[in-house]
Ligand binder design. Structure first.
Ligand SMILES: [Zn+2]
Length: 83
């Protein structure tokens, strides 16, 4: 497991999902575990916050699809013993 790239670690994926959920609900949070900003960087630059909820939702939905696809890949590879 130690050679698993960060972006394929379930803990990382879960953290990104949580961060995106907070952001889409209007709560930008900087991910201090992995040192990454939320989607529009408004956690560190509040003036950049996307005030259009429809745009946030569209971005969030696309991002969730990607995260869940990644999670599915990780879980299927674990089942096959490849990770
Ligand atoms: Zn940030």
């Amino acid at each position: 497991m130690s050679s698993t790239p960060t972006y394929l670690q379930l803990g990382y994926i879960d953290k990104k999902i949580e961060q995106s959920l907070l952001w889409v609900n209007g709560v930008p949070v900087h991910d201090s575990t992995y040192g990454e900003c939320c989607a529009d960087f408004s956690c560190c630059h509040p003036d950049l916050f996307e005030t259009d909820a429809d745009k946030r939702i569209a971005h969030h939905t696309k991002f969730m699809d990607e995260m869940f696809a990644r999670r599915k890949t990780v879980l299927s590879q674990q089942t096959l013993g490849r990770l």
